[in-house]
Design a protein around this ligand. Sequence first.
Ligand SMILES: [Zn+2]
Ligand SMILES: [Zn+2]
Length: 145
Amino acid sequence: MIKKDRQIKCLYCKSKFVSSLGWRDLLGLDNEPLLCEDCRMEFVFIEGEICLQCGRPFSLFPEKYRQKDLCLDCVEWSRKGRSISKNRSLLQYNPFLQGFMAQFKYRGDAELIQVFREGLLALFKREFRDSILVPIPLSEENFRE
Ligand SMILES: [Zn+2]
Ligand SMILES: [Zn+2]
């Protein structure tokens, strides 16, 4: 029996692509891919050693900008008493992700959140097991809403 390839519309760029047998999406899911291969290839997952406070990968900057487990920015912010305790990100914020997030946040394409759901849930469970989520509005107007 031959399985038929299925035409899928990319959630982001809306181009049609074919889902072949054995395809997995970049987030390691067995589900049908939500994005076409061109879009998926633009995501850069954060891997390897990271700054324990801000979560930036040490591979992004020279060794001299690192002090033990922290980047020099976090060392400096800690000295000024303005450090964050812990930030973790799934992906590097490259120009593609910038456009992707703009479409999600500012153009109301809420469906795009599906792309990150599994990956963010796994990251949250791994890094913030005993934490709770609190929405933080960016403005007074959003706060009132
Ligand atoms: Zn696409
Ligand atoms: Zn840092």
